[in-house]
Design a binder for this molecule. Structure first.
Ligand code: ADP
Ligand code: MG
Length: 655
């Protein structure tokens, strides 16, 4: 008696319908998921020509019984579901019973499989959905699925495939992330003769991240302290004796420090019960966690694993099974947001000064199985996606690199950033540069540590409290000595962070200090500003402004937050009235308040090109150390750079 059954219509009809095979990566995804569901510990993926010519996934899992091997190619044939009730608590990655028939319909597929309990295996050959052969074969335990010539019989689909390297990048991303979700398994991905990924079982996710991305990436990441939370649900039946039901959620993973700023969401990976998902709710929770830590249009690198009861999440929403619906969405949202934010605040990660002068190309370049720093990997993926967006599918773009360049995914490190702080000028521009310019903080240009060097010191801003200010560079940056190295602190953004938190605190307590202006300031507003003023007048009041309408198109400002110099008040008011024109249009009132506080802090903060005496510097460092997030200003720029003792020693060739 086989394990696979054809789902009854009643169940089949409840399954989110649609095509699963869009591109080579979707084939890899379905086959990998099948192998994982079969309990495999070793997964091998071979592809040729970006998966167009060949995709082969081999596993050492449970294998299929003889009768099942053919049945698996029927629609809705699965061993994973039995009745409708199972659909509400899906514990396996697959459940639709459609992947194998769908793939076999658009390719030449060979299935070779042997169940542990049978002495011989089975070989099934299907092309374009037609069964060509089914025979007994001497095979090792486990399953090998070989898919050749994808879309050979669907030219229209074939035309829409992107370049080989784009398709390969999708496959590589998928394999990498499934390998991260399963540190206890071996995963190997080869493209033709080249190995892109080859990882052996390890104990922890940290070890796996290290295997895949190397130590440089690890220094960009903060590990989440594993968290657990409970959700008490009222009893289902109105029985006074019934116990409330408790749902347990667990969260683990890694998130990037604020200085890692990605331009898109491609580096955010969320797994729910080890299933890779794309979910707007989760993305929103992550963005909220980084709110005011990184600039609004930037994204972090995130690898999250949420575990919960299977019936807390509905995965039967979309055929690709990557969209999910949480039964208690806002609870999950807040749990994830708070966990990440608290971790970032608690670990207070500092930026390090790129040791450009001593950077060397990675020694591992070109070695098979060499590690791929995630920044480069994800950057590479981003490049692919950009190319993909730009390229005409019918015409391979000249910008696309030959596929031979791809396999190791190990690139030379980017050149050290040009010295962006040009101290040649007599004074620094007071106009603040847009955030991306301050890439100075991204520690991507670190050379690898010499073998045997001291392990990386944790970069933590807790050391700020012990710093001894030595002086200023260009009256703008405080130089300070600390037990763990040399620090440079941007005095303007440091003060901005201090004031930002102070303004929010005072505002929450309803006692924001204000100053009366000698003469009311009359400001003419555009129609859009008038509309905005009408909307936020009350919040302006809460922020320490006293304003009132003055004629049809003007307002009079009579008082402003005490810290803001009178000369800045006009600019500040206009800035606040324009917040909604920018990125915050759709955001909440709370976001608006934060944006206002950020504007106030920016105008009130010590400017660059301002001489500070030692006691003022000491005060500022102490005040910064006491803030919740001393690592980045409310606009997301880094505040402090550290030149670690280790790097100083290295620079002087003492290690
Ligand atoms: P689903 O995964 O939704 O059940 P599929 O079409 O992907 O549907 O697979 C059909 C069935 O074939 C599975 O339920 C499983 O019993 C069997 N199967 C597929 N791939 C494997 C594999 N690698 N190892 C063991 N069994 C497999
Ligand atoms: Mg499946």
């Amino acid at each position: 008696m086989g394990r696979i059954r054809i789902l009854p219509d009643a169940v089949a009809n409840k399954i989110a319908a649609g095509e699963v095979v869009e591109r080579p990566a979707s084939v890899v995804k379905e086959l990998l998921e099948n192998s994982l569901d079969a309990g495999a510990r070793e997964l091998r993926i071979d592809v040729e020509r970006g998966g167009r010519r060949l995709i082969r996934v081999a596993d050492d899992g449970a294998g299929m019984l003889r009768d099942d091997a053919m049945l698996a190619f029927e629609r809705h044939a699965t061993s994973k579901l039995a009745d409708v009730k199972d659909l509400t608590r899906i514990a396996t990655l697959g459940f639709r019973g459609e992947a194998l028939p769908s793939i076999a319909a658009v390719s030449r597929l060979v299935l070779e499989t042997r169940a542990r309990e049978e002495a011989t295996g089975t070989r099934v050959e299907v092309a374009g959905g037609k069964l060509l052969r089914c025979e007994e074969a001497a095979l090792a335990g486990g399953t090998v699925v070989t898919v050749r010539d994808l879309f050979f019989n669907v030219p229209a689909r074939k035309k829409f495939l992107r370049s080989e390297q784009t398709e390969l990048a999708h496959i590589a991303s998928l394999a990498t992330h499934y390998s991260l979700a399963h540190p206890d398994k071996s995963v190997r991905l080869s493209h033709g003769p080249k190995t892109l990924l080859d990882v052996t079982p390890v104990e922890t996710l940290r070890d796996r991240l290290f295997q895949v991305f190397g130590s440089r990436t690890m220094s960009d990441l903060v590990e989440l302290t594993p968290r657990r939370t409970e959700l008490a649900l009222p009893p289902k039946h109105l029985d006074p004796e019934a116990e409330p039901e408790t749902k347990i959620y667990r969260l683990t993973g890694f998130v990037s420090k604020p200085q890692v700023q990605k331009l898109n969401r491609n580096s955010i990976f969320v797994f729910v019960n080890r299933r890779l998902i794309r979910d707007r709710l989760m993305l929103h929770a992550i963005s909220s966690a980084y709110h005011n830590l990184i600039p609004p249009a930037c994204f972090p690198f995130v690898l999250l694993f949420l575990e919960c009861d299977f019936d807390e999440v509905d995965v039967n929403v979309h055929p690709s099974k990557t969209e999910v619906r949480f039964r208690h969405g806002s609870f999950v949202h807040d749990f994830v947001r708070d966990a990440i934010r608290q971790e970032l605040i608690a670990s207070r990660p500092a930026s390090s000064i790129p040791a450009g002068a001593i950077a060397r190309p990675p020694a591992s370049t070109g070695q098979p199985g060499a590690r791929l720093p995630f920044s480069e990997f994800t950057q590479r993926l981003e490049d692919f996606r950009t190319v993909e967006a730009a390229a005409d599918p019918a015409e391979p773009s000249a910008a696309v690199q030959p596929v031979e360049d791809l396999p190791e995914f190990v690139l030379h490190p980017p050149p050290p950033p040009a010295a962006r702080l040009d101290f040649g000028a007599a004074s620094l521009p007071v106009e603040e540069p847009p955030p991306p310019v301050l890439k100075l903080a991204v520690p991507e240009t670190h050379g690898p540590l010499p073998v045997g060097a001291a392990p990386a010191e944790p970069l933590s801003l807790s050391a700020l409290a012990e710093l001894r200010p030595l002086g200023q560079i260009h009256d703008s940056f405080i130089v300070a000595a600390g037990p763990d190295g040399l620090w440079i602190i941007d005095q303007h953004v440091a003060h901005e962070r201090v004031l930002f938190e102070q303004v929010l605190r005072q505002q929450a307590a309803g006692r924001l200090e204000k100053q009366q202006l000698l003469l009311p300031m009359v400001l003419d507003l555009t129609p859009a500003q008038q509309a905005e003023y009408a909307r936020i007048a009350e919040d302006l009041h809460g922020m320490g402004f006293e304003t009132e309408p003055f004629g049809a198109r003007s307002i009079a400002v009579k008082a402003a937050p005490a810290a803001v110099p009178a000369g800045d008040v006009e600019k500040l008011v206009f800035e606040i009235l324009e917040i909604r024109e920018g990125e915050l249009r759709k955001l909440s009132l709370d976001d608006l308040r934060r944006a206002m506080a950020a504007s106030i802090a920016c105008h009130a903060a010590i400017k660059v090109n301002t001489r500070l005496d030692p006691s003022k510097m000491e005060w500022l460092l102490a005040a910064l150390a006491a803030t919740e997030c001393p690592m980045s200003c409310p606009h997301g720029r880094p505040i402090a750079l550290r030149y670690a003792t280790r790097d100083i020693l290295r620079g002087f060739h003492r290690v």
